[in-house]
Design a protein around this ligand. Structure first.
Ligand code: PLP
Length: 395
């Protein structure tokens, strides 16, 4: 008789050589529990998905209601489905003017794919520029704009006419030219280990794109929906892109992605060719109902306003520990840098043993991540920070 652990390793496809192997029985608020009843602090929120906490009653109720009404009916964009329309209306009412049409998909990678296609179609150009040390997804198109050769080489050929520039490097902006269809970047680089834009950088990037007629795409898949202390990081930094991609917290725990642009730009996908982008399940009514309920909950409880003070509290509670070299953060998107990857991996093992779920960053394995649900309380920040310090003491 094989155990569930063995069956997991044998039959569930994996790409990590050392999975965490913690079995989940249930999750609630900022915690999840194993079948044996061991409690874990979820300090990554499914990688910035569960911004309103696990098992939030508002989402459960919305999902149950929509499942009972109808689920999938017809491929996306043909029928009028109230959850899609209401969610599109709500999210665009909270974005700057000009970002008023949503194309719903199933994931972040798909949102990025759609945004890149839209930029090529709308500008008639082919060059796509992205930033070094950035992750935008794992499908061929989104992988093509990944800012790391290491992850791309084995999968070439990828999209032609892509190049990377250095985030926060003002000189590299001159590489954006009248050949460029779009530049895609996160306003804060998440997987680089939380890299904050230098003062004036996003403004200069915006100005350069406008000057040469390139579109600016902000990937707010991690930074969006309250994580950095504003509903969208673009608002925190005061720079508006031409296209924004959303996913992760966008579905309130259900799989949902989307790219948002002006109606005029979006309409370019309806001709030459017609059906310029198609999806069967994108914008699934249950996922849209869940996402809208989560967004309404976030607004009613002012969750984005909690991110900055609670992030600052973590910083205060951790920064004087001798193992901590640096803390970089935007709201509750936090990288605690231990300077050394062996120490970071030792900390990670200690966290799992001691009831803390954290993670490192794709392009920064010297730092661990703190990005809990935005519903976390001050007491919970204090308790989890004390647990982190205990593990750091053993390094
Ligand atoms: N963009 C960013 C910034 C991400 O962090 C991710 C996923 O981690 C993606 C895109 C891809 O999203 P998904 O995993 O839903 O395809």
């Amino acid at each position: 008789m094989h155990t569930l652990r063995q069956q997991f390793l044998q039959h569930v496809g994996q790409t990590s050589p050392s999975p965490m192997m913690v079995e989940v029985a249930r999750a609630e608020g900022v915690f999840f529990y194993t079948p044996e009843g061991k409690r874990y602090y979820d300090l990554i929120a499914g990688v910035t998905v569960n911004n309103i906490g696990h098992a939030n009653p508002a989402v459960i109720e919305a999902v149950q209601r929509q499942v009972a009404d109808y689920m999938h009916v017809m491929v996306y964009g043909e029928m009028i489905e109230r959850p899609q329309v209401e969610y599109a209306m709500k999210i665009t009412s909270l974005l700057p003017e000009g970002l008023d049409s949503v194309y719903f998909l199933n994931s972040g990678s798909e949102a990025v794919e759609g945004a890149l296609k839209l930029a090529k179609r709308y500008t008639g150009r082919t060059e796509l520029i992205s930033m070094q040390n950035t992750y935008h997804g794992s499908t061929h198109g989104s992988l093509s704009v990944m800012g790391s050769e290491e992850y791309k080489t084995a999968f070439r050929p990828l999209l032609p006419d892509t190049r990377t520039i250095r985030f926060n490097n003002f000189d590299d902006l001159s590489l954006i030219t009248s050949r460029t269809a779009a530049v895609i970047t996160e306003p804060v680089q998440s997987e680089a280990g939380v890299r904050i834009p230098l003062p004036g950088y996003l403004e200069a990037l915006r100005a350069r794109c406008s000057e040469v007629g390139a579109l600016l795409i902000f990937d707010e898949i991690q930074t969006g929906l309250g994580r950095t202390g504003a509903l969208f990081a673009m608002q925190k930094y005061g720079v508006t892109p031409d296209i924004v991609t959303l996913a992760k917290a966008f579905g309130g725990g259900m799989p949902l992605g989307g790219f948002i642009a002006s109606k005029e730009m979006m309409d370019s996908l309806t001709c030459n060719p017609v059906l310029g982008h198609i999806t069967t399940f994108g914008g699934h009514p249950v996922c849209c109902a869940a996402g809208l309920a989560a967004l309404n909950y976030m607004l009613e409880h002012h969750l984005s306003e909690r991110a900055e003070p609670l992030g600052a509290l973590y910083e205060t509670l951790l920064r004087d520990h001798p193992a901590v070299r640096e803390i970089r953060r935007a709201g509750l998107l936090i990288a605690v840098d231990l300077e050394n990857s062996e120490r970071m991996f030792a900390a990670m093992r200690g966290f799992v043993e001691n009831g803390i779920l954290s993670d490192w960053f794709l392009f920064c394995d010297t730092a661990f991540r703190i990005s809990p649900p935005l519903t976390i309380t001050e007491d919970q920040v204090e308790e989890s920070a004390a647990m982190i310090r205990q593990v750091l003491d053993t390094l």
